[in-house]
Design a protein around this ligand. Structure first.
Ligand code: QZP
Length: 392
């Protein structure tokens, strides 16, 4: 069995994980991370196989390092993310319908107009920081309204998500920094999930309507709404940031997009593959599980490096290149299998709206300074992305 003493959650690795990813992929199909006592998968083949085998690789004991069989979770477990069939299935079916391409059709025109308005505002300046100005501003402008929550307290959304994503990792400094305000933020989020806190017509009201029909119970409804507020903001912010960083640093790909704006959807998926905004997730072995000749014991945690799988040269040609001529489908940036991102159509629609508006207005865009990472135990995130744009 291959072992490693590396810490994938150290500041150094979080800032630049590529070298460790290559080392772990090359070390073998599975590597024991001694520091945390968990087995790690960094090759595409094994990550994919674990993601689609929910019977052997369970989510019900949590998808972070913490094992809910042994430690109480910091918040009531998600009915989507932190459950297995059969409990997982009814909430999943409900949310799949609420966020289906069909259900989103009514949002496209408004979100496209919102993206144009935001881009016009931002382009008043030649240089701006694309993280607050676009990557954060757009999801915050459209998503809370689409869920149907009130105006008050929305400033909690990003820090709540940041802490949630940190809390999937070890209890390091990143988690310690979020702890003092986590109860206040969680209480605000929970309050937004009540039926009477949600405006008619939104995703939240649609979830409560599913409870009225008996598709889920009234006790489940607020937790399903909580999943939207947990998973729907930081992820799309960093998906957009990844896309903007990719096009700003690949002028030939930007030129290709300008010539063929229909490539916007491919560009977003390729950015998700290339950057993997969600870097890691855990599973828990149910019984003894064989992976590439190794045996992982019952109840042991398995760390899946989505970001390493998405750049595995065993699966991808020239994996480190952001390239719009490749077919990025099959990437595991949205996961795979039963738990694959249920919000991916929302994310794609947001990305298409923003990128489409930029493609109409912007001739060239480049970095105007050195981008700065925002460290998080789960997300590969940008804290600052200074851009310089020239109008078309
Ligand atoms: C976070 C939830 C990248 C994801 C795993 C994000 C995520 C998904 C679901 C939930 C939270 O259901 O609370």
């Amino acid at each position: 069995m291959t072992v490693s003493d590396a810490d994938p959650f150290s500041d150094e690795v979080l800032a630049e994980p590529g070298a460790l990813h290559a080392e772990l992929r090359d070390a073998g199909p599975v590597v024991l991370l001694r520091r945390y006592g968990v087995h790690a998968l960094a090759r595409y083949e094994q990550v994919h196989a674990a993601l689609v085998d929910w019977q052997s690789f369970a989510s019900g004991a949590g998808v972070g390092l913490s094992n809910f069989r042994r430690e109480p979770p910091w918040r009531p477990p998600s009915l989507l993310l932190e459950t297995d069939p059969p409990h997982h299935d009814a909430p999943r079916v409900v949310l799949e319908r609420v966020l289906s391409p069909r259900a989103l059709r009514g949002l496209r025109a408004r979100w496209t107009a919102d993206a144009h308005a935001l881009v016009d505002e931002v382009l008043q300046q030649e240089e701006f920081d694309a993280v607050p100005a676009l990557a954060e501003a757009f999801p915050l402008r459209v998503f809370p309204d689409a869920v149907g929550i009130g105006e008050q307290g929305r400033e909690h959304l990003l820090p709540y998500g940041d802490h949630l994503f940190n809390a999937f990792g070890p209890a390091n400094d990143l988690v310690a920094r979020g702890n003092p305000r986590r109860a206040e933020r969680a209480a605000w989020v929970d309050a937004q999930c009540a039926r009477d806190a949600l405006r008619p017509g939104g995703f939240g009201a649609a979830i409560w309507a599913a409870a009225d029909r008996g598709d889920i119970t009234p006790a489940q409804a607020p937790l399903v709404v909580r999943s939207l507020l947990s998973a729907g903001v930081d992820t799309t912010v960093q998906g957009l940031a990844a896309l903007l960083h990719a096009v700003a640093t690949h002028p030939a790909q930007w030129a290709r997009l300008r010539a063929e704006p229909g490539l916007a959807r491919v560009a977003f998926d390729e950015a998700v593959r290339w950057a993997s905004p969600v870097q890691v997730f855990f599973r828990t072995a149910t019984g003894e599980v064989r992976i590439g000749g190794a045996v992982v014991g019952d109840g042991e945690k398995i760390l899946m490096f989505l970001g390493a799988a998405n750049r595995d040269p065993r699966r991808w040609d020239r994996p480190d290149e952001f390239d719009l001529t490749r077919d990025p489908s099959g990437h595991v940036g949205f996961g795979m299998g039963l738990h694959q991102c249920v919000g991916q159509h929302v994310a794609r629609l947001e990305a298409e709206a923003v990128l489409g508006a930029l493609l109409e207005r912007v001739g060239s865009l480049d970095l105007a300074g050195t981008p700065r990472r925002h460290l998080n135990n789960t997300m590969r995130a940008w804290g600052s992305l200074p851009l310089r744009v020239r109008r078309a």
